[in-house]
Design a protein around this ligand. Sequence first.
Ligand code: FNR
Length: 198
Amino acid sequence: MSRHRIAIIVGSLRAGSLNRKVAQSICAFASDTLDCGIVEIADLPLYNQDSDSAPPPEYVRFRERIAAVDGILFCTPEYNRGVPGVLKNAIDIGSRPYGQSVWDKKPAAIVSVSPGAIGGFGANHQLRQACVFLNMPVMQQPEAYLGNVTDASFGDDNCLKDGPLKDLVTNLAHAFADWVDVIVRSRRLLAEDLAHRS
Ligand code: FNR
């Protein structure tokens, strides 16, 4: 299986973000099958449709980075039962100008992380809804609503300590590698088939 390039987008700007630590854990635990890198969203100006014709350099850089990868993995907190504004802003920026969305057809997975018991379920599914609209094949299983996560869940290297949470995240990363592989390869076969017929 090829080692696919994955952009991880973290929906929190907080320095000590639990979501960022989970993202770093996924980068470390799945390095055999996934080439992961966090794409930062903190510097993105608020999306303004007026700038579709003359986008700020931050939009251009972000869109190029997303266009260059094989898949997207979101790690997000839940803010007031929904997706944090900073993440929604990044999604909107990637989706425009109309007809040029960089999200289109990119396989995705969603991890939500919270110190609360229900693990950001609301944000996870709100984000899933946007991904469906954006024509992103979102991995359905395993689901990842990571609840009761605290600083104590991580070791000195900022990665998840050994235990059920680490096992769950590692399984998810490997399932996502398979998911991306199936989609990338079937798309390639389809393109070859179409080229053959024409
Ligand atoms: C929260 N938090 C929160 N948690 C949750 O499980 N459901 C929620 O709806 C909310 N709402 C919410 C709103 C706002 C504005 C803040 C700042 C926080 C708590 C949140 O899960 C917690 O702060 C996490 O630690 C945030 O994720 P990071 O920054 O650690 O990745």
